[in-house]
Design a protein around this ligand. Sequence first.
Ligand SMILES: *[C@@H]1O[C@H](CO)[C@@H](O)[C@H](O)[C@H]1NC(C)=O
Ligand SMILES: *[C@@H]1O[C@H](CO)[C@@H](O)[C@H](O)[C@H]1NC(C)=O
Ligand SMILES: *[C@@H]1O[C@H](CO)[C@@H](O)[C@H](O)[C@H]1NC(C)=O
Length: 328
Amino acid sequence: MKTKGKQVLSIAVILFVTVCLTYYSNLIVWNGISMNDLDKESLTVGSVRKLLEEEELVTERANSNGQQKRLPQCVIIGARKCGTRALLEFLGLHPLIQPADQEVHFFDDDRNYNRGYEWYKEHMPYSYPKQITLEKSPRYFITEKAPERIHQMNSSIKLIVLLRNPTTRVISDYTQVYYNKIAKGKDVDKFEDLVIDKKTNQINTGYRAVQISIYYNHLLRWFKFFKREQVHVVDGDKLITNPLSEINKVEQFLGLQSRVTENNIYFNTTRGFYCMRTPKTNQKCLGLTKGRKHPHIESSILQKLNEFFRPYNKKLFSLINQTFDWDD
Ligand SMILES: *[C@@H]1O[C@H](CO)[C@@H](O)[C@H](O)[C@H]1NC(C)=O
Ligand SMILES: *[C@@H]1O[C@H](CO)[C@@H](O)[C@H](O)[C@H]1NC(C)=O
Ligand SMILES: *[C@@H]1O[C@H](CO)[C@@H](O)[C@H](O)[C@H]1NC(C)=O
């Protein structure tokens, strides 16, 4: 009698476990998560619930125009002070490009990155299926982990990087920090004190603005993960003097018909740079902080910077099979 009771109990337990497992695996299959995905996580009820919730969020929600938010198919990765904002605004003139207004800093900020792709997507603009969603965060360019992270999200994504004369970029970088500090009533360093290492009288490679301008070092990291065809290099200096030709090359890179023309872009003599005509707002210029006057810098220091960057530039040109007119 006792053994019979035990048998019944064990059968009941086995049945219960089987029912539970079937229920969970069905749940899992319904939500399109394979058991393989779950194996990677510890298979606790908590992790199952987490995965299910994430799946639920993926369900597309359209706005009243029938547009949806999508992860970007193209990212402008930098570099800082090379015209990333201008390019983003210019590209926004194209009807098939939908840029994110803000820098999202998803791949360079661990806290944001750990919030996951859903959080990233929430920060994207609404778009139609044929439109390309675009984001720019110039710090991606110098962030160690960014290439691998972006590759993990979409290995065939298109990347745009803007480069300009590295010496000019250092000065522009300095200028921005200079004005920010002045506005906050802080003390400012002189350009030469930052750029020249007093002990050696050579270029100070510890100065961040100098490090960013060694484009070769940064791009090496990107080409560990991306093919050359996936990365379009924009001439940031030409974007200022002749924006249309650079914009048209980007349109081509994105596989789009050329739609941005002389009608959309004009040279504003008051501002001293190009502004846009948009169907909605008639005209749009970049913020007042853009295109600020650079401080005067001694020619001996400029020369030193140019000489410092020259060998890196050479290596860069052969890395990207593209040259720039950066010789002083
Ligand atoms: C990845 O990027 C490519 C190139 O922009 C795009 O065609 C493709 O749809 C993207 N894939 C996903 C899943 O977003
Ligand atoms: C140039 O830009 C300024 C403000 O940014 C605007 O007031 C002015 O009308 C513009 N000039 C032309 C010719 O559109
Ligand atoms: C380098 O660029 C030139 C001109 O744009 C092109 O003809 C050539 O095929 C490229 N070479 C490589 C290795 O990509």
